[in-house]
Design a protein around this ligand. Structure first.
Ligand code: NAD
Length: 258
């Protein structure tokens, strides 16, 4: 049994993790953190997330007995919460370089899993994309297209960047040197560039396409998340891992052993 607390417990992902933890006997939900001043403070976490009474109240700070925290908030809140100095699974995306550096520093004294996508499928897809990129080589033009619901604030998605880094790594490039984010006006394709495009609308949970365009063939891989539960399940798996891990910064590859 792993005792967890969810940070950002009133959000879309936070609530999905709350429900998933309440339905899994190998986890005990011991707390949920909501924004300071939020109306949700003190409410029952199960009721807050449409699950039914859970007997655990939303609070401003995580309880001391949580063995792992699961954080899905905003980049600013995630950086502030590093002061908790507790084993944590971070799912928040859109982090700046500076916020990432703070996470790396915090991971010297506590275990942290940082994963822009917690699904098993996307993390395996990353391995496939790495191999395709290396083996197809620079003669293939790569474009990445992602779609998300209308409320997503960061673009491109953390997952698109994860996949783009895999393409760049497969070819021995640095993503920053070859990434092109959208195109407008006169913008002919340069050799070796990786085009990254973001669509936003409706209720799309998350779709990622990576296309390798050759002269005589196209290779396309697609991942579609059909429910946030897939991310919540991955987050719980990562929480079990981080609760038992030594200090350090881990990715989902370490959690899944891929
Ligand atoms: P959301 O807006 O529904 O939820 C964010 C929640 O964080 C809100 O309830 C907000 O009140 C809360 N919050 C903000 N500041 C806080 C603070 N200081 N303390 C406590 N709570 C605070 O967003 P969402 O769709 O749940 O997504 C959250 C993040 O997770 C985004 O960055 C998103 O891209 C990312 N995400 C990651 C994965 C993954 O697999 N890693 C999957 C889906 C979403």
């Amino acid at each position: 049994m792993t005792r967890i607390a969810v940070v950002g417990a009133a959000g879309r992902m936070g609530c999905e993790v709350v429900r998933a933890a309440l339905e899994d006997e190998s986890f005990e939900l011991v707390g949920g953190v909501v924004e300071p001043g939020s109306e949700a403070l003190g409410s029952d976490l199960g009721e807050l997330c449409g699950w039914g009474k859970a007997g655990v109240a939303a609070s401003e700070d995580p309880p001391d007995d949580a063995e792992a925290l699961i954080e899905f908030t905003t980049p600013g809140a995630t950086a502030e919460h590093l002061s908790y100095r507790r084993p944590v699974v971070i799912g928040t995306t859109g982090l700046s370089d500076e916020q990432r550096t703070s996470i790396e520093e915090a991971a010297r004294s506590v275990p942290i899993v940082l994963a822009p996508n917690m699904s098993v499928g996307v993390n395996l897809l990353r391995e496939v994309v790495l191999e395709l990129s290396g083996k197809l080589g620079a003669g293939y033009d790569v474009e990445i297209v992602e779609s998300h619901h209308r409320n997503k604030v960061d673009a491109p998605s953390g997952t698109a960047l994860l996949l783009a880094r895999a393409v760049a790594e497969g070819r021995g490039n640095e993503l920053d040197e070859v990434a092109v984010y959208g195109r407008e006006g006169r913008s002919p394709r340069q050799e070796g560039e990786i085009g990254i495009h973001a669509l936003r609308g409706g209720a799309v949970v998350g779709e990622h396409r990576v296309v390798f365009y050759g002269s005589g063939e196209e290779v396309e891989v697609i991942h579609r998340a059909l429910s946030r539960r897939t991310f919540a399940a991955g987050a719980l798996r990562a929480a079990r891992f981080v609760a038992a891990a030594e200090p350090g910064l881990y990715s989902m590859r370490a959690v899944l052993g891929v």
